[in-house]
Design a binder for this molecule. Sequence first.
Ligand SMILES: *[C@@H]1O[C@H](CO)[C@@H](O)[C@H](O)[C@H]1NC(C)=O
Length: 315
Amino acid sequence: MNKFLTLFVLLAIVATTTTINALDTYGVGIYNVNNAIAIGIIDYSAPPNPSTQLTITGLYYPNSPFQISSYNYVTKYLTFVALEPGTNNPFLVTVDCNAWRVAYELPLTSGISYAGFQYDQTPMGQLNMFTTTWNGNGMLYVSKMNPLNNQLSTTDSFPGTLLSTAYQTTTYNYMVTFSNSSGIYTKLYTYYGQLQAEQQFGFSNTNLQVYSGPTNMFYNPQLNAIMATVQLRNVDGSIFSALAYMDWSYGTFKLSNMASYPGFVITTSVPDLLNKNLVYSFGYVQNIFYIYTFSPATNTGVSVVQYNSPVLSAF
Ligand SMILES: *[C@@H]1O[C@H](CO)[C@@H](O)[C@H](O)[C@H]1NC(C)=O
């Protein structure tokens, strides 16, 4: 039934060259540097340094497992929650990554947690981002949001605890995976935020105990699959992270062999945008950041390289 029993451990390799290559895959990442937020260009093919394009002082980007940032690939706008040091007052920051400037910085209501950000990949100036919020009363609220003025249109609410969200760009569906006392479920919403379907989920293709997850869900267009991170408990008690595939019809997150070192926590995963059939996962073990390159084609890790910047979200 299940052959995924052993954890493979990759050896760190050291990147020695940083060459600009037209075939390299570039993306955008968020990290904190010296009490400021840095937004940089990531060359996924050439770790270990992003190229910082913008520094935002007086705010920091929290390490959240709940997707508090999203990137609009159409407009190249990046929106995220940032906190003021000391007060922890939340702000919604939108960066124009064409001009590398802060386009909007708006205060958010304290006491409401904004998460599950997913741009619907349409132009700005409308309700074009999904968010799932909560305020401590046990309910989750699914809304479409205009990140340029904080306008919210709530389309659904239900009791639960958020795990992760994803946006399926080919069918325009927003997916919200959450737990309640009966288990793990995913609700599927239309582009307009109307509930279309829901499914209960378990885990498959592992004999190991699931420690936490799924988190960091994302749509992989090359495989037409929703992928996620699941943390598993190894037989020796150590916890590690592995990528899993959502199988909607069977209601399972199917574990892959694309797994990390013991102790490694994935902060964000990005599919390759040049159809190389690779997935890049940033994360850390003992405060040292690494980038894993995984190959869904071979169901293995390709490399793991120490990374100089603590990338918390990437696109
Ligand atoms: C948990 O959520 C599912 C899916 O919406 C629902 O069917 C079930 O009744 C919920 N369980 C509880 C205890 O609320």
